[in-house]
Write a protein that binds this ligand. Structure first.
Ligand code: ADP
Ligand code: MG
Length: 346
């Protein structure tokens, strides 16, 4: 290659990035590097008086429940929707700058958004991606199926259930389009709240959200377990009658009992979408199974439970925390799909 061609190629270099704007985590995937270049909790800590951002991402999450009165912890996205547009814009801006601030290339950005964002929120997201050449918005459901290695361009029904932090999104796709979908505001963060409430009622003990989340991840299960599978851990909290710190033991089956109602609501939502599905696609769903993804789906035995309740094979995504953003990156290659997406060129 001559020096000149190399020079020309340098300026032709495309920079395509995908961003998963999740309620719990924000991820950035670099298509050329073929890797995730940023993975941070979607949390900000602001000074209430000055409005200045004190911490963002991991640092901000560590401060949860430990901040003083003059600091506000903000989750710009909650329950699967954008609850604070300005904070979402600020967060997106900081992260994109952090990764691509020094780059001479203006990237094309694929932003994965919850299916139910309003037109005002869509506009805000477009405005947030400062410095981009082109911005596309893709529903997380479509991105999740693509990211699980499924060809969504075929005239064949594919179903996905994405259990995130703030929302569970269910979608049936065919020929690149969403045929039926539903988003419910019950997801893995509700499990944490359920566990806090359960421990309070059962042990008269107050525990924090982080302790509850750890319990869910470490010993939780969606189905009853026995023998060695029924794990026990000691948890620390504040005794509600004495006000003094206390330790109690809790096991997997108790955690399951705590989150049972929320799990059932998620399964009911899935059944509703399956019932809405056109009959020609029902056969495909039986053949292809359902893709299960999202951080919430990592709960032990969740796949088994759903399979048992709906009698359809469940295929776990290879990486439940990353399938949406990886799918967003793959979407750049599908010209037909790109035409169906909302896009803004700057
Ligand atoms: P979002 O797309 O809403 O940002 P994610 O797909 O990143 O959400 O999932 C985040 C949720 O997944 C959190 O509630 C977190 O507690 C939960 N989670 C992450 N890892 C696990 C695990 N190993 N077991 C159970 N739940 C998990
Ligand atoms: Mg998500």
């Amino acid at each position: 290659m001559s020096k000149f061609t190399r020079f020309i190629n340098f300026f032709r270099t495309k920079k395509n990035i995908a961003i998963d704007l999740g309620t719990s985590n924000i991820l950035i995937y670099d298509k050329q590097k073929k890797k995730i270049v940023l993975n941070e909790p979607s949390v900000l800590v602001k000074d209430k008086k000055t409005g200045e951002i004190v911490a963002i991402g991991h640092k901000a999450k560590e401060m949860l429940g430990k901040t003083s009165d003059n600091l506000a912890v903000i989750r710009p996205l909650s329950e699967g929707v954008i609850s604070d547009i300005d904070a979402t814009r600020e967060m997106l801006n900081i992260f994109v700058k952090q990764i691509y601030g020094g780059s001479p290339f203006r990237p094309e950005i694929m932003i994965c958004v919850p299916a139910e964002v309003t037109s005002i929120e869509r506009r805000a997201i477009f405005d947030a991606a400062i410095g981009a050449k082109k911005i596309y918005l893709i529903e997380e459901g479509r991105a999740a199926v693509l990211g699980s290695g499924i060809n969504i361009s075929l005239p064949e029904g594919n179903t996905v259930i994405d259990i995130g932090g703030g929302s569970t999104d269910i979608a049936i796709l065919s020929l690149d389009e969403i045929i039926a979908s539903k988003s419910v505001r019950i997801a893995s963060n509700n499990f944490d709240d359920d566990i806090v409430k359960y421990v309070k009622k059962k042990f008269n003990l107050l525990i924090g959200d982080k302790t509850a989340e750890n319990l869910k991840k470490e010993i939780g299960t969606a189905m009853p377990v026995s023998g060695e599978e029924n794990l026990t851990v000691a948890i620390k909290g504040r005794d509600l009658s004495t006000g003094i710190p206390k330790t109690v033991e809790i096991n997997s089956n108790q955690v399951r009992e705590a989150i049972e109602d929320s799990i059932n609501e998620i399964i009911i939502a899935l059944k509703e979408v399956l019932e809405k599905c056109p009959p020609e696609l029902s056969a495909d769903i039986l053949n292809n199974g359902i893709v299960l993804t999202g951080g919430g789906s990592l709960l032990r035995n969740f796949d088994k439970l759903i399979e048992e309740r709906v009698q359809i094979t469940i295929n776990r995504a290879t990486n439940s925390l990353e399938s949406v953003v990886v799918g967003g990156g793959l979407a750049f290659d599908n010209k037909k799909l790109l035409r169906t997406l909302e896009m803004r060129e700057i």
